[in-house]
Design a protein around this ligand. Structure first.
Ligand SMILES: [Zn+2]
Length: 376
């Protein structure tokens, strides 16, 4: 059996529902320790964070990052096979975490096994593995980085093994992500009988024109790397259920996915100015769930493009769309950061799977990047 498939199968068999690592990191260390890697754990809040590093002389610090935790399976009876019993069918390995992202981790480990044994290299190789990427992520990668920063560790390069590929393996690498800013708005009015408009203040009618303005606003034009900043409303609630009562409040939850042309501070100011201008009475709470990041053209993107081309014959598209990942914490740490992993079509879904034929090539892509960056 292919070495990556073998390790992946063992990882998928561990029911690592976020934030439970379920012994995945022990399994990884059983492979890495014989190569000379030393393990350190930065565990907190029920989260397992592994930092496993191997230094060989002076050279760049390359971080291979990932998460062992998985999202909930959903209804078990809808899976074609039990989600934590890795099952092969038609060239696909089925199981929760198969694509997001235990195949990335398994392929990184087998790449390092070949690279460390065969190559003449210099630098430091480190795995940064968390069991809380799919959850709140408070005590995950972000927490581990704080500990590492405190002792002066700064990486040069980082590869996050998230499922980045779109239609075929390696057709896409993530070089950045948009930021995500949430707003929780409560518009205040005055409850009363619908038949007495002068005695009520209807928060729905007061808010409607402002919400229309927010929806129509051009926040920026985007740039060469990012699409324009987008505004969406995800929840809107008001009303008592009765037909003859004007409600006293209206609750709106909205989200910005914003690019590097806007800052979260600018977006906050602009929204508040529009609400104030309309004379609304309101309460507004903001949550910044991730700032945007971008790895500009450099040694890591070049190495990744070349390494992927050597395996597939085609260079990857450099992509900045999609949701957030732990790259949002790793990139500001100072590393050139990319995400490279298998096809993402089935992630978080019932019957999550990965193409078995993609596993060995993915491992060769990671190895190719190490070859290009860690040889003196
Ligand atoms: Zn993931």
């Amino acid at each position: 059996m292919d070495a990556t498939l073998e390790l992946l199968t063992a990882l998928v068999a561990r029911p690592s529902n976020t934030p439970d690592d379920a012994g995945c990191c022990d399994l990884l260390m059983a492979r890495l320790q014989p190569l000379g890697f030393a393990a350190e754990y930065f565990n907190a809040g029920g989260v397992t964070n592994l930092w496993a590093s191997l230094r060989r002389g002076d050279g760049p610090l390359m971080v291979l990052a990932g998460h062992t935790d998985v999202v909930p399976t959903g209804p078990l009876d809808q899976w074609r096979s039990p989600p934590f019993e890795p099952t092969v069918h038609d060239g696909l390995l089925y199981g929760r975490g198969a694509a997001d992202m235990k195949s990335g981790i398994a392929a990184m480990v087998t790449a390092v096994e070949r690279f460390v044994n065969d190559a003449d290299w210099a630098g430091t190789l480190a795995f940064l593995i968390t069991s809380d990427e799919e959850g709140p992520a408070t005590y995950g990668t972000q927490y581990a980085i704080e500990q590492l920063k405190a002792r002066g560790v700064v990486p040069d390069y980082a590869i996050v093994g998230e499922a980045s590929s779109n239609l075929t393996l390696g057709d896409r690498i993530m070089i950045g992500r948009r930021g995500s800013l949430n707003g929780r708005l409560k518009v205040l009015g005055k409850q009363g009988h619908v038949a007495y408009p002068h005695k009520v203040e209807n928060p729905i009618l007061r808010a409607a024109p402002v919400l229309a303005r927010l929806a129509a606003e051009t926040w920026d034009e985007g740039n060469a790397d990012f699409p324009p900043t987008s505004f969406q409303i995800s929840n809107i609630n008001a009303g008592t259920g009765a037909t003859n009562v004007v409600p006293g409040t209206l609750d709106v939850v909205f989200n910005f996915r914003y690019c590097t042309e806007s800052t979260d501070a600018q977006l906050r100011q602009r929204v508040q100015a529009m609400l104030d201008e309309a004379g609304l009475r309101y309460e507004l709470n903001w949550e910044l769930s991730g700032k945007p990041f971008l790895t500009r053209h450099g040694a890591l993107t070049d190495a990744a493009s070349d390494a992927i081309h050597a395996v597939t014959g085609a260079a990857p598209e450099r992509f900045t769309g999609g949701g957030t990942s732990d790259a949002r914490f790793i990139s500001p740490w100072g590393a050139q950061t990319i995400e490279l992993g298998p096809i993402n079509a089935s992630i978080h879904k019932i019957d999550e799977h990965v193409r078995i034929a993609d596993l060995a090539p993915l491992s060769r892509m990671y190895e190719g990047i190490l070859d290009r960056l860690l040889r003196p």
